[in-house]
Ligand binder design. Sequence first.
Ligand code: NAD
Length: 390
Amino acid sequence: MKRKLRMGMVGGGNDAFIGAVHRIAAFMDGKIELVCGAFSIDPQISKQSGEDLFVAPERVYLNYEEMIEKESLLPEGERMDFVTIVTPNFLHFAPAKLALEKGFDVVVEKPMTVSVEEAKELQETVERTGRTLCLTHTYSGYPMVKQAKAMVKEGHFGKIRKIVVEYPQGWLSRLSEREGNAGAAWRADPKRSGKSLVMGDIGTHAAHLAEYVSGLKIQELCADLTTFVEGRLLDDDGSVLLRFENGAKGVLMASQISAGEENAVRIRIYGEKGGLEWANEDPNNLIIKMLDQPRQLYRTGNAYAAPYTLSSFATHNTRVPAGHPEGLLESFANIYRNFAATVTAKREGKTPTAEQQDFPTVYDGVRGMAFIDTVVKNNEGTEKWTKFVL
Ligand code: NAD
């Protein structure tokens, strides 16, 4: 394909938070252009957003149904190639399903849906249509997260025993949903957010990161959810004990009432021979702690000699020379770049490389929804451990 991939957006208008981040990430490598959108629930805001983004007025649609239908009738040379869905959680499934059915690839925000049933239906649709669905679990795009995964996979730490993953935020320490914060309002509303606030909003990121880096699947869990802020309709804090498939044990903490915290995602993994530590607020560093050795600091973008050479997955996802900070936008862009390369390769009848296929998919989305369901079920029930059922 000798052209850019054409992107349409559902949500992400001037009234939105994450949509703009998606556009920066999508455009970073010059392989994607925005051609259409139904940018907001409010048609006026959608129209204005389209104008601000220089989208042709006739391709700023009233709603996602009209957009997907009308785009599917355009000639191949014009119509969008994929849809990015950046609406509140309850509005992911319907546009994703419709887009896949009409022959479009999809980028969708987490949590993928609001129920396991919907998630499984999307999985079936992806498998039947052969389309590509990318789920934006942001933290898996960082080069040092890729390096951590590669080192676990090559057995650097021996058999993995312990996985500790944390995602504390402080921004919901007050009842912001009643104070005019639109993002807080839909997140704290069970009808628009799903069964759990904290697990849907950030717990799924932590669970995905734990499984992604360790390469191990959660098998059962024991959860404790709390609503600390009076008047809130959903939980705002959670602690979960995890049992992984090889006997490894884990702890997951996701909290939105950790007053003063920003986005302090952190993962630590320990094996028989040593461990690793990575933190979102210092993302170019990967700390390696081996038994009986001084600590090592792996840094993004270095051409280390063997045996310290950075993995092909880390270097593939590195953009600037060592010492120049890379962050969330680049990590997000890595997810888009790998998605775009995979979509392009598939259309050209080629097989994407392993590095290009390295982005979260519909299967991660199904696991994310099963994670939320299992946590809520365990928290509400009386059994000590609840099996993670897909
Ligand atoms: P937001 O409330 O700021 O924006 C939502 C947007 O969707 C708005 O533009 C709104 O008008 C639009 N919208 C609502 N209904 C619509 C409809 N029927 N048709 C078209 N547009 C519609 O929300 P946000 O913070 O941007 O979050 C959006 C999604 O992104 C959520 O699922 C959230 O969980 C996810 N998110 C992910 C990350 C991440 O790190 N990956 C970060 C933030 C948010």
